[in-house]
Ligand binder design. Structure first.
Ligand SMILES: Nc1ncnc2c1ncn2[C@@H]1O[C@H](COP(=O)(O)OP(=O)(O)OP(=O)(O)O)[C@@H](O)[C@H]1O
Ligand SMILES: [Mg+2]
Length: 377
């Protein structure tokens, strides 16, 4: 009689935690490998802590797993692939991760697949960057190719001097990506879950609001014309196909004046703009990630209610986490509070989120904002 599968997750942050919770609910055996400490996955399934660049650590972790997945595109998937035994599969594949990880290669792959992206150039010297900026017109956004998140690794340049300063701060040996600055009306995201055979489902288009280069709030469905929502969904599905994604893909989009939708960037994993789906959707992004990598039938991504709003809870101080305001936050009706179980807090660190579903987006948003403000963990 077939047994329930063992799912390995490289990573132990909040995405690993919420993926593990979804998997455990379905009877899947979960094993995690975190490089430093258990953190948010403590107490969930079988936890390994060790140097995840060490082939022996990876081999011990992966032995007996049916599928290994990653919680972040930065997890050492290709090292893990090289030690996998027998029929253990790795999703997303190292090939998909390689195309996404480098922002220059990612943009070239998107453009090569015919997907609309803002004008961009991969520049090896400050002079090339200045030439690109002059041809696009200032301002431009300079981006590190690798390792950036939450806006770290990006700089906006309005002058040649800004380009030189950004170059000094950010450039790698292979230079920087230079992009035209997009005067977007809104930022949107679309999440896609895709199985190994190519079957896929698309979540409703989400409106995502950034503050200080971080996702602050997400409102679903986005208040956009049906033609914009259609275009956004089609682009996301095409991106998932072009990159051969298995699992979840978060597609960050710009809605430009005039209704044009362009792709900002991809995240080959559950995405912050999909956290609302735990309460908001018939099947959450975490459950669909698990189903997709196990090649199980995908669940219904549609909303359970008219709308869902998610607000991130960021750290406001440094020290140990506290639960002082939990009671006040929970007293707000209909608020689902998620706390990630990080032992220490730092200013602006993602500590949790709150979700409210309902029929009126403005009312749901005001309750979610109030709860998130109270939760200064
Ligand atoms: N070309 C651009 N024009 C205008 N704004 C931009 C551009 N590129 C990025 N931004 C703004 O900066 C934010 C962060 O950029 P990007 O998504 O490239 O960085 P990141 O550090 O990988 O982000 P994250 O981890 O938060 O998704 C975007 O959400 C958007 O608000
Ligand atoms: Mg981004």
């Amino acid at each position: 009689m077939p047994r329930f599968p063992v799912l390995g997750i490289l990573g132990g942050g909040q995405l690993g935690r919420m993926t593990a919770l979804a998997a455990i609910r379905m009877g899947v055996h979960v094993r995690t490998l975190a490089p430093q400490h258990e953190g948010p996955v403590a107490g969930l399934g079988e936890t390994f802590v060790g140097d995840w660049t060490d082939p022996r650590v990876l081999a011990e972790f992966a032995r007996g797993c049916d599928v290994v997945t990653v919680e972040s595109e930065w997890a050492p998937a290709e090292r893990c692939a090289s030690v996998l035994e027998g029929s253990t599969r790795l999703f997303p594949t190292p090939e998909s991760l390689m195309l996404v990880r480098d922002k220059g290669l990612q943009k070239r792959t998107l453009a090569g697949a015919g997907l609309p992206v803002p004008p961009f150039a991969c520049c090896r010297t400050p002079d090339e960057a200045i030439d690109a900026a002059r041809s696009f017109g200032f301002p431009v956004v300079l981006k590190r190719y690798r390792g950036s998140y939450d806006g770290y690794g990006n700089a906006t340049a309005r002058t040649d001097a800004d380009v030189h300063a950004a170059w000094t701060d950010l450039a790698d040996v292979d230079g920087l990506l230079v992009e035209a600055w997009v005067p977007f009306e809104q930022e949107l995201s679309v999440l896609v879950a895709r199985r190994p055979g190519g079957g896929a489902v698309t979540y409703p288009v989400a409106y995502t609001e950034q503050r200080d280069h971080r996702c602050h709030a997400v409102v679903v469905p986005a208040a956009v014309a049906a033609s914009v929502a259609d275009a956004a969904s089609k682009l996301a599905l095409q991106a998932a196909e072009a990159f051969g994604i298995v699992g979840m893909l978060g597609v960050e989009l710009f809605l430009e004046p005039g209704g044009r939708v362009t792709v900002n960037e991809l995240a080959p994993r559950p995405h912050n703009t999909g956290h609302y789906s735990i309460e908001g959707s018939h099947t959450s992004q975490f459950e669909n990630h698990v189903r997709a990598v196990l090649d199980w039938p995908l669940g219904d991504p549609s909303l359970r209610d008219r709308c869902a709003v998610m607000v991130n809870v960021l750290g406001h101080r440094s020290g140990d986490t506290r639960v002082d305001a939990m009671a006040e936050a929970l007293a707000i009706p209909g608020v689902a509070v998620h706390v990630y179980g990080k032992e220490t807090v730092r200013p602006r660190r993602k500590m949790g989120h709150v979700t409210v579903t309902g029929s009126d987006p403005a009312e749901a948003r005001s309750r979610a904002e109030r709860a998130a403000e109270l939760l200064i963990l």
